[in-house]
Design a binder for this molecule. Structure first.
Ligand SMILES: NC(=O)c1ccc[n+]([C@@H]2O[C@H](COP(=O)([O-])OP(=O)(O)OC[C@H]3O[C@@H](n4cnc5c(N)ncnc54)[C@H](OP(=O)(O)O)[C@@H]3O)[C@@H](O)[C@H]2O)c1
Length: 306
């Protein structure tokens, strides 16, 4: 018995590097081949913060790519209503619900209302977030708590509300609109960077936990600065070299990542270099990069949503 186990362990140990090389070659080859996109015609997509910004573009993109029904959540009814009408004008069924994702009771209550009025959600996009844009010392305690409640804990409640039914149906996808700031923080947005880092860990743990759940997957998107009102006023030193992303590009690439079942998406791809540099360069060199690129002081001119 023990000898048999030893042989098996030895065989899997020898097979392991071969598997690694196989997966790397497969990933490299798939970059060269045309992508096969998953059909969305069976899917009902719920997007938190879908009334404006990237969330609104996401709702439109899912509708354009053939999703069956779209549901958007947010706090401002006027924006939700406008976005909903825009989606309906494309001939796609759309519903909106006013819901503060930072409020656990409200999330569970509105999730129940969604199930009763619209049906099962099969794609959940956790997109809603806020940023206060201040240092720790300058931040009001309530503001610090609020961003953790909305940006991180909100995802606990929405995912707990919709994931069980996806697991029953063996059909579902959880998407997190995160940020590169989860991997490389900046001063002056301490609440936001902290919340995005913890939400990154949340998604990593959730994604691994779904490995043995057939038909249910997850995608984490980490975009660079995007031209919405969220970071209005923020300035980088070389805006021509590092221009902000367009929200429709972020939305298009996100929907594509869902359709190709990509677990992690960094936007633009050059952000991978940042991750490599962070893991190999000495801290003094990194500090110099932050100073040189201006990311050290980019929040000094931050105004945010007005
Ligand atoms: N803009 C960037 O540079 C950038 C870069 C990387 C990642 N991201 C991420 O992309 C996502 C969308 O950002 P964005 O740029 O589109 O920001 P945005 O324009 O400020 O939109 C944020 C959305 O979240 C909603 N929201 C905020 N608090 C909420 C709450 N408590 N409950 C429900 N909805 C709430 C807002 O609607 P209401 O205010 O009406 O509730 C709005 O629809 C966020 O997760 C953000 O962290 C943004």
């Amino acid at each position: 018995m023990n000898t048999e186990m030893d042989w098996r362990s030895l065989a899997s140990l020898l097979l392991f590097p071969v598997q690694m090389v196989f997966y790397m070659v497969k990933a490299a080859v798939s970059l060269l081949l045309p992508v096969r996109l998953r059909e969305l015609s069976r899917d009902t997509v719920l997007i938190t913060g879908g009334g404006r910004g990237i969330g609104r573009h996401l709702a439109l993109e899912f509708a354009k790519q053939g999703a069956r029904k779209i549901i958007i959540w947010g706090r401002t009814e006027r924006c939700l209503k406008e976005a909903c009408e825009e989606i309906q004008s494309l001939g796609v069924e759309c519903h909106y619900f006013v819901c503060d994702v930072g409020n656990k009771e409200e999330v569970y209550q509105q999730a129940k209302a969604v199930r009763e009025k619209v049906g099962d959600v099969t794609i959940l996009v956790n997109n809603a977030a806020v940023v206060h844009g201040k240092t720790l010392i300058d931040s009001d305690d309530d503001a610090l708590l609020k961003s953790q409640h909305i940006n991180t804990l909100g995802q606990f409640w929405t995912t707990k509300a919709f994931l069980p039914r996806m697991l029953e149906l063996q059909h579902g996808h959880i998407v997190c609109m995160n940020s590169v700031l989860a991997l490389s923080a900046i001063p002056g947005a301490i609440d936001y960077c902290t919340s995005k880092s913890s939400s990154f860990a949340f998604m990593e743990s959730l994604t691994l936990g779904l490995l043995d759940c057939p038909g249910v997957n997850a995608t984490t998107v980490l975009p660079f600065h995007t031209s919405t009102e969220m970071f209005h006023g923020m300035k980088t030193r070389f805006p021509k070299l590092f221009p902000p992303l367009k929200p429709d590009t972020v939305a298009r690439r996100t929907v594509e990542a869902v359709q190709t079942n990509q677990a992690l998406l960094l936007l633009p791809w050059t952000m991978h270099l940042l991750v490599i540099m962070k893991s190999i360069l000495p801290h003094t060199a990194l500090e110099e990069i932050y100073r040189f690129t201006g990311s050290y002081a980019c929040m000094d001119s931050f105004k945010g949503r007005t």
